[in-house]
Write a protein that binds this ligand. Structure first.
Ligand SMILES: C[C@](O)(CO)[C@H](O)COP(=O)(O)OP(=O)(O)OC[C@H]1O[C@@H](n2ccc(N)nc2=O)[C@H](O)[C@@H]1O
Ligand SMILES: Nc1ncnc2c1ncn2[C@@H]1O[C@H](COP(=O)(O)OP(=O)(O)OP(=O)(O)O)[C@@H](O)[C@H]1O
Length: 288
């Protein structure tokens, strides 16, 4: 069995620039990987089947699974005459805005590249991944990056200043399509992406905190007021800055010290079932 780590991401910024004729939105967003990860196991099969086993009952075990779609795409593109059993040890909350499914798909593509000895570069794998979902190319590389286009154009940047990240996911799941669909482009309050880039490149933690921003947050909060109340709680318990990740509903808080991190996690446990304290993984070379 070949095991591949599939880490979650958070969005430090998420801006929407325009709506495209193909129905997607032109985005500009800074993402970074955190050390909360699924583990994807790949085992070759002599038949042609792609079989999914997952530790979660809430993840589909058929062609709707993004890991299944990744394996099918790779098999069809390169004419592979064998199958694969894929085991997903699910640790990342589902439909959370943390790119769990996209990361499983990216890990599957990277693992099958080895298992099937395809010798593809990361760039080639990322290009394949874009056919599965907008977040998959970023997940193929991981680390810290600014993504543009519909999310598939990736430019790597340095690691953010070191801190703790508290993640809290309300029990609701969110449909990404519904959130983008609810966005009113004319009323967007754009985050300052350049200021966030500068904060990261100079290692300025306070500036990173004050420049967090996500234009989808207001849309998801309107649909799910729980998101606003978790943000409030997290601030009240002492986070330095709080934001919703991706299309939500997971809220993350940045915290500079460990004692306060523990206090926030313990405080939130009363309000929220899924709470985690994690670190940013920063640069790509620290991922494995
Ligand atoms: C919210 C984010 O997670 C932020 O990283 C991503 O933008 C969404 O990435 P994803 O879940 O991989 O999205 P996809 O599976 O490609 O698209 C799901 C749906 O979201 C909407 N969508 C997605 C990406 C984008 N740039 N514009 C969009 O309008 C579309 O309605 C699309 O049908
Ligand atoms: N391997 C997978 N893991 C989790 N969900 C999956 C997977 N494959 C397909 N799905 C489906 O995708 C939906 C979205 O789940 P996912 O956890 O990827 O959302 P997300 O974290 O919001 O992703 P993103 O941030 O990329 O929008 C789920 O409702 C689930 O039915």
């Amino acid at each position: 069995m070949l095991y591949v780590k599939a880490p979650a991401k958070i969005n430090l910024t998420l801006d929407v620039l325009s709506k495209r004729p193909d129905g997607y939105h032109e985005v500009e967003m800074i993402m970074t990987t955190v050390d909360l990860a699924d583990r994807v196991g790949l085992e070759p099969r002599t038949d042609q089947e792609i079989i999914i086993h997952s530790t979660s009952n809430f993840v589909p075990d058929d062609q709707r699974n993004l890991a299944y779609q990744a394996a099918k795409l790779m098999k069809d593109t390169y004419g592979i005459e064998e199958g694969v059993s894929i085991t997903i040890d699910k640790q990342i909350p589902i439909a959370a805005g943390l790119a769990g499914g996209s990361s499983d798909a990216a890990a599957t593509l990277k693992g099958l590249n080895e298992l099937w000895k395809l010798h593809l570069s990361l760039d080639q794998i990322a290009e394949l991944g874009a056919q599965i979902g907008s977040d998959v190319p970023y997940c193929v590389y991981g680390g810290t990056a600014i993504a543009r286009g519909r999310g598939e154009k990736i430019e790597h940047i340095g690691a953010p200043p070191n801190c703790w990240v508290v993640l809290a996911k309300p029990t609701i799941g969110v449909s990404t399509a519904a959130v983008y669909g609810g966005l009113n482009i004319d009323q967007i309050k754009h985050p300052n992406t350049q200021a966030m880039m500068d904060a990261i490149s100079t290692g300025d933690y306070a500036a990173m905190c004050s420049n967090l921003g996500n234009v989808l947050e207001a849309v998801t909060m309107e649909l799910h007021p729980e998101v606003a109340s978790i943000k409030e709680q997290m601030k009240r318990f002492g986070a330095d800055a709080v934001l919703m990740s991706g299309s939500g509903p997971t809220v993350f808080g940045l915290v500079s010290n460990e004692v306060r991190t523990t206090r926030i996690v313990n405080g939130l446990r009363g309000f929220c079932d899924e709470v985690y304290a994690v670190r940013m993984l920063g640069e790509r070379e620290f991922l494995d």
